[in-house]
Write a protein that binds this ligand. Structure first.
Ligand code: UD1
Ligand code: UDP
Length: 358
C-alpha cells in the first residue's frame, strides 16, 4: 500500500521535497496529491521543475477562494481520492488550508495522518494558519515536531507523548540539498545588479498584514526609510496576494524594487547574500536563521520563537518606527547563532518512522 503526500502551496512543495526524494531513493510506493491551492507558474510548477520532483498523480485544481470555500472544495475531492487509493498513511506539511483538508479527510477515513512541522504555535487565532495547525495536530497520528519547544506545545495541549517525534525541520534538508546546486546554476545578484551584503531582501504576504491597508502601508513606509538610511536597494519578490492588495488599496512601492516571486535556487542565493532579511513568512524566518543572515520579522508574534531565542530574528511588527529600530539592532548583531532546526536528515527520519509503523 502507498503513502499519499498531500500538498498545495509553494512552501509545502519545498518542504516536502526532501521526503519525496527519500521515497524516490528507496523506490517505495507513494504518490503526490496536489490540491491546486497555488497554481501560478511562479508559485507552483517552477518548484517541481527546478527540484526535479515527479508530477502529482492528482491535481484537484481547487484554486483561490474564501477560507471555508477553498477548504471545503479540497475536503470533498481529497476524500474521493483517498477512498479510491486507500493509502496506508497520509503526510501533510505545515499550516495551510491544504494541510487541514488533507488531515481531516484522512482522519475521518481512519487513515493514519503524519503532520510534518507539528506543534508550532503563534498563540494568535486571528491567523488562519494557527487554526489549521491546532486542528491538524489534534487529528494526527504521527506528530513530527521540529524542536523540543514544539513538542512541549503539543504536550501542553494533551497530545500523547508516544505520538510525538522531534526530528528537525525538512527546510534544513531542502536548503542543504539545494544551496550548492544554486551556487553552480544561478546568479541572481548579477541579474539584479546588487552586491553581496549590500541589499535588503523582503517578503511579506500574510493575510493579517497585507489585507490591512494600514499595516501594508506601514511596512512599505518602514522599507523606504531603511532603504534611505542604509543607502541599500530593497528587493521585494512579491507574492500575488500582496500585489493584488497593493493594487486594490492604490499603494505605490516607491523606491522598493518589486519583482515577480522567484525560483527557489535564486531566492536561496539572495537570502544568503542579503545584508538583512525582512519578512512575515514562516519558511523565510527559518532559512535566514540557517543561512546566518539576520532577520527582522514584520509581525507581533511568531510560531518560530527558536529563531528569536538563538539571536537570529527580532519581531518588529508593521509600525515604520519599530521596523527602523529593529533593523538597527539586527544590523549590529553577531552572526554566530546555532541553527535550531536539525542537521538536514529530517526527511529520512520521517520516512523511516512512517515505514516502521507498517
Ligand atoms: C497560503 C497559506 C499561507 C502560506 C502561503 C504560502 C492558507 C490559509 N494560507 O496563503 O499560510 O504562507 O499560502 O505562500 O492556506 N494567488 C495567485 N496565484 C497562486 C496562488 C494565489 O495569484 O498561485 C493569489 C490569489 O489572488 C489568491 C491570493 O493569492 O486569492 C491568496 O492565495 P491563498 O492560497 O488563498 O493564500 P496565500 O496568501 O497564498
Ligand atoms: N520562496 C521562493 N521564492 C520567493 C519567495 C520565497 O522560493 O520569491 C521560498 C522560500 O525560500 C521558502 C518558501 O518559499 O522556502 C516560503 O514560502 P512562503 O513565504 O510563501 O510561505 P510560508 O513559509 O510563510 O508559509
Amino acid at each position: 500500500m502507498s503513502v499519499a503526500i498531500i500538498l498545495g502551496t509553494r512552501p509545502e512543495i519545498i518542504k516536502m521535497s526532501p521526503i519525496i526524494r527519500e521515497y524516490e531513493r528507496r523506490g517505495d510506493d507513494y504518490f503526490i496529491l496536489h490540491t491546486g491551492q497555488h497554481y501560478s507558474y511562479s508559485m507552483d510548477r517552477i518548484f517541481f521543475e527546478q527540484l526535479h520532483l515527479p508530477d502529482a498523480r492528482y491535481n484537484l485544481n481547487v484554486g483561490s477562494g474564501l477560507q471555508g470555500e477553498q477548504t471545503g472544495k479540497m475536503l470533498t475531492q481529497i476524500e474521493r481520492v483517498l477512498i479510491n487509493e486507500k493509502p496506508r498513511a497520509v503526510l501533510v506539511q505545515g499550516d495551510t488550508n491544504t494541510v487541514l483538508a488533507g488531515a481531516l479527510a484522512a482522519a475521518k477515513l481512519h487513515i493514519p495522518v503524519g503532520h510534518v512541522e507539528a506543534g508550532l504555535r503563534s498563540n494568535d487565532r486571528m491567523m488562519p494558519e494557527e487554526i489549521n495547525r491546532i486542528l491538524t495536530d489534534h487529528v494526527s497520528d504521527y506528530l513530527f515536531a521540529p524542536t523540543v519547544e514544539s513538542r512541549q506545545n503539543l504536550l501542553r495541549e494533551g497530545v500523547p507523548e508516544e505520538k510525538i517525534f522531534v526530528c528537525g525541520n525538512t527546510i534544513v534538508d531542502a536548503l542543504f540539498q539545494n544551496l550548492s546546486i544554486s551556487e553552480d546554476r544561478v546568479d541572481p545578484l548579477k541579474e539584479l545588479g546588487v552586491l553581496s551584503g549590500n541589499y535588503l531582501l523582503v517578503t511579506a504576504h500574510r493575510q493579517e498584514n497585507v489585507d490591512d491597508p494600514g499595516k501594508l502601508s506601514g511596512i512599505l513606509e518602514g522599507l523606504e526609510r531603511i532603504a534611505a538610511d542604509y543607502a541599500m536597494p530593497v528587493i521585494y519578490p512579491m507574492h500575488p496576494r500582496t500585489r493584488k492588495m497593493m493594487e486594490q488599496f492604490g499603494l505605490q512601492a516607491g523606491s522598493i524594487r518589486c519583482v515577480e516571486p522567484l525560483d527557489y535556487l535564486s531566492f536561496l542565493q539572495l537570502e544568503k547574500h542579503a545584508g538583512l532579511i525582512l519578512t512575515d513568512s514562516g519558511g523565510v524566518q527559518e532559512e535566514a536563521c540557517i543561512l546566518h543572515t539576520p532577520c527582522a520579522t514584520l509581525r507581533e508574534n511568531t510560531e518560530r520563537p527558536e529563531t528569536v531565542t538563538v539571536g537570529a530574528n527580532i519581531l518588529v511588527g508593521t509600525d515604520p518606527e519599530a521596523i527602523v529600530e529593529g533593523v538597527r539592532v539586527m544590523m549590529a548583531r553577531e552572526r554566530a547563532w546555532q541553527n535550531p532546526y536539525g542537521d538536514g536528515t529530517t526527511g529520512r527520519k520521517i520516512v523511516e518512522i512512517v515505514d516502521a509503523e507498517e
